[in-house]
Design a protein around this ligand. Structure first.
Ligand code: SF4
Length: 358
């Protein structure tokens, strides 16, 4: 009689470590923007109205200090919603000085800003560096010249790449923001954007699929039949593939999709928006990863240990992964969670066949 013996296959979760600390956002809608990009409606994307830099800086300090007094924990501060480095220099410095003071008091331990790649140069980087900025997130959107021209971004893919390199040469942390689904973009152009991003190796990536918001030039283009947004399904499959590629190369993805701000739902006309888009993409990326590992072993799983923290992604948003996991022979009674960041899959195989412990 053949004996059955257990062997296991163990591997780490592909997602790189990311800083989970929440960011204290300071929105400066459209500040410094040289023109209005065809898809942009910062007031509804951020849920913020325009205020003076002095007002915004004061509010920022009051909020952060009050939080610090309550929690004793320093905040991570981020300037978003416009083109930070294209603001009038004295305005930019109002924010930076206030951020430096907060850092000195210990109420802030990381400062970032979001800006466009065509407003990055040596001089600006030196000012940011001198004022203790830690990270620059560049709204690249795409490295594809046709896509950039269609969105009236006003710079080329080469210029975007050069800005990324400049930030890295300055020893500042780099964030890359991509916007798949713009006019002229495709799954192939997004895949190229991911390839270029992987060559740059930024410290963080955000992916915001293109939405059609009221009162934007993109809405007018769509009404004239000149633009069709990506479907949610196509977006999920394209982004999940990109996400998995970034994970595998150790690049953290810190955000997928716009957050469900109050004004966004009222302004959204069309496009691949879902309140749990990030979670759906993570679930699908993890499933693709697991299935590629399962395919390496020619045996049926007997038991599986999964990292506690990825239980939701494993079964998927609204259990979306469960039917295909069952097809692969993985049922709920076989799954255990543990504190390890590894997956361990036990298989049984008759002793007459050779074990394949990986
Ligand atoms: S996308 Fe960025 S650069 Fe363009 S208008 Fe909006 S905030 Fe300004």
């Amino acid at each position: 009689m053949k004996k059955s013996k257990l062997f296991f296959h163990q591997f780490a979760h592909p997602e790189p470590q990311k800083n989970k600390k929440a960011i204290w956002p300071v929105f400066t809608p459209f500040s410094g923007c040289p023109s209005r990009c065809i898809y942009c409606s910062q007031y509804v994307q951020t849920g913020q109205k325009s205020v003076s830099p002095q007002q915004a800086a004061r509010k920022m300090s009051e909020g952060i200090l009050s939080r610090f007094n309550k929690t004793g924990q320093p905040a991570s501060l981020g300037f978003f919603g416009g083109t930070f480095t294209a603001m009038r220099q004295e305005e930019m410095i109002i924010f930076l000085r206030q951020a430096m003071l907060l850092k000195k008091e210990g109420a802030v331990d990381h400062v970032r800003c979001s800006t466009r790649p065509d407003f990055i140069n040596q001089r600006t980087l030196s000012i940011l560096d001198d004022h203790g900025l830690d990270m620059i997130e560049l709204g690249i959107q795409s490295f594809d010249d046709n896509v950039l021209a269609g969105a009236r971004r006003g710079y080329s893919g080469k210029a975007a790449l050069k800005a990324c390199i400049l930030v890295k040469q300055h020893d500042l942390q780099l964030g890359v923001q991509l916007l798949p689904g713009l006019p002229g973009s495709s799954a192939a152009s997004f895949s190229t954007d991911i390839t270029i991003t992987l060559q740059i190796i930024p410290q963080a990536v955000r992916i915001y699929p293109c939405l059609v918001l009221k009162h934007t030039p993109l809405a007018a283009m769509m009404n004239k039949g000149l633009y069709r947004p990506w479907s949610l399904q196509a977006t999920v499959s394209t982004l999940s593939l990109g996400l998995l590629r970034l994970w595998r190369e150790g690049v953290p993805v810190i955000r997928i999709g716009l957050s469900p701000e109050k004004d966004l739902a009222d302004s959204l006309i069309s496009g691949p928006w879902h309140p749990a888009l990030g979670s759906i993409c993570r679930s699908l990326a993890l499933k693709m990863f697991l299935f590629s590992r399962l395919a390496r072993v020619q045996a049926r799983p007997a038991m599986i240990y999964i990292p506690e923290k990825c239980r939701d992604d494993f079964w998927g948003h609204r259990k979306m992964n469960e039917p295909s996991l069952i097809q692969k022979g993985i049922t709920r009674d076989m799954v255990r969670t543990w504190g390890n960041n590894c997956f361990r899959i036990y298989y049984s195989r008759s002793s007459s066949s050779s074990p394949a412990i990986v």
